[in-house]
Design a protein around this ligand. Structure first.
Ligand code: CA2
Length: 148
């Protein structure tokens, strides 16, 4: 099975600054971790990052035909994008929302997610481990044929 791991704006900067919030690893390190985890479970990962809302919407639409499940860190789009929310619903695949940081322990505006209600689950505050946990959960959901 194929799992899309989709990352939103500014996550290409991982490792270059704000290491106290997001960790010291780079986006490349995160891709390696996701790929290795999925391979160990017998799945493929298609790992992508974009700074553009429309491109993320395009990828979620693509997931409907090309992915079995999605791990999504929509970054700042999480907090205001109705377009991303609608694309999650339209993709008809289980989507797990992930954040590296604990969005509930930061500025008030980060505590609200436009997308949580339409995702299969939410993981935040666990750093890179959150992506690993999301891949594990998706693999288990796909194997059992359930979306929860
Ligand atoms: O904690 C997360 O994963 C976030 O999705 C990251 C987003 C933020 O807007 C969300 O509230 C929470 C920001 C990603 C920016 O990443 C950077 C990485 C290094 C340096 C600067 C930004």
């Amino acid at each position: 099975m194929t799992i899309f791991v989709l990352n939103g704006p500014n996550l290409n900067l991982l490792g270059s600054r704000e290491q106290d919030v997001y960790g010291a690893g780079t986006l490349g390190d995160l891709e390696d971790l996701c790929t290795n985890r999925a391979q160990a479970l017998g799945h493929d990962v298609d790992f992508r990052q974009t700074n553009y809302e429309g491109e993320l919407v395009d990828w979620l639409q693509e997931a409907r035909t090309s992915a079995d499940g999605v791990v999504l860190n929509a970054a700042a789009f999480t907090h205001y994008s109705i377009a991303v929310r609608d694309a999650i619903v339209a993709c008809e695949r289980p989507v797990i929302e992930v954040h590296l940081s604990n969005i509930f322990g930061r500025e008030d505006f980060r505590s609200h997610s436009m997308i949580s209600a339409v995702c299969a689950g939410v993981i935040c505050g666990l750093g890179y481990r959150g992506y690993q946990a999301a891949i594990d959960a998706l693999a288990s959901m796909l194997a059992s044929g359930s979306s929860s």
